[in-house]
Design a protein around this ligand. Structure first.
Ligand code: IMP
Ligand code: MG
Length: 180
C-alpha cells in the first residue's frame, strides 16, 4: 500500500471482479444497440477502459472533461464542463451511457446529464464506479454503480488528489495530513 494512504478500501482484485460483472450486465442491457459511451475525464479513464473491455458488445466512445475540485478535497460547486471536443457530433436518437468515477455531491453529474438530455438521446443512463451516499447535494439518478463507498476522501484507480495517485491499481483512503 502507498504510504500516503491510511487503508485500502477496494483491492485491485475486488475492483476487477466488480467491473467485469458490470461490463457483463451492460453488454446484456445494450445488446444490439451500439451504445454511445461518454466517459468523464479524467477520473473515469481507468474504470472506463476496463469496463468497455469487459463488455462483449460493440460500443462507441466519446469523452468530455469536467472539473470542480482544483487541488482541494471538497467540490467547489463551480463545475466546468468542456463539451466542445468530442460531443459536437449528434447524439440524438442514440443510447447514451455516461460513465464517471464517483458521485459525491452529485453536482457534476447533474450538470452533465442535464446538458446531454437537451440533445434528445434515445436513452440516457449513468454508470459510476463509486457512490458516496453521505453528501448528496444535487439529485442525480445512477442506473449502475460498482460500490457504495464510505464518506472519506479516496484516491486510486482514476481518483486523484491534486492529480496524484490516479495510477494506483486499488482504491484507498488518503491520510488527512496529506491535504490539511
Ligand atoms: P461531485 O460533483 O461532488 O459529485 O463530485 C464529482 C467529482 O469529484 C468526481 O468525478 C471526482 O472527480 C471528484 N471526487 C469526488 N469524491 C472524490 C474522492 O473521494 N476522491 C477523489 N475525487 C473525488
Ligand atoms: Mg477529480
Amino acid at each position: 500500500m502507498h504510504e500516503d494512504l491510511s487503508r485500502v478500501v477496494y483491492s485491485e482484485d475486488e475492483i476487477q471482479r466488480r467491473v467485469r460483472e458490470l461490463g457483463a450486465e451492460l453488454a446484456r442491457e445494450y445488446a444490439g444497440v451500439r451504445p454511445l459511451i461518454v466517459g468523464i475525464l479524467k477520473g473515469s479513464f481507468f474504470f472506463l477502459a476496463d469496463l468497455v473491455r469487459a463488455m462483449d458488445a460493440p460500443v462507441e466512445l466519446r469523452f468530455l472533461k469536467a472539473s470542480s475540485y482544483g487541488a482541494g478535497t471538497v467540490t467547489s460547486g463551480n463545475v466546468v464542463i468542456d463539451i466542445a471536443s468530442d460531443l459536437q457530433a449528434d447524439i440524438s436518437g442514440r443510447h447514451v451511457l455516461v460513465v464517471d468515477d464517483i458521485i459525491d455531491t452529485g453536482v457534476t453529474l447533474r450538470r452533465i446529464v442535464d446538458l446531454l438530455a437537451e440533445k434528445n438521446p434515445a436513452s440516457l443512463k449513468v454508470c459510476v464506479l463509486l457512490t458516496k451516499t453521505a453528501a448528496r447535494r444535487a439529485e442525480v439518478r445512477h442506473d449502475y454503480a460498482g460500490f457504495v463507498c464510505p464518506p472519506e476522501f479516496l484516491v486510486g484507480y482514476g481518483l486523484d488528489y491534486a492529480e496524484r495517485y490516479r495510477n494506483l491499481p486499488y482504491i484507498g483512503v488518503l491520510r488527512p495530513e496529506i491535504y490539511i
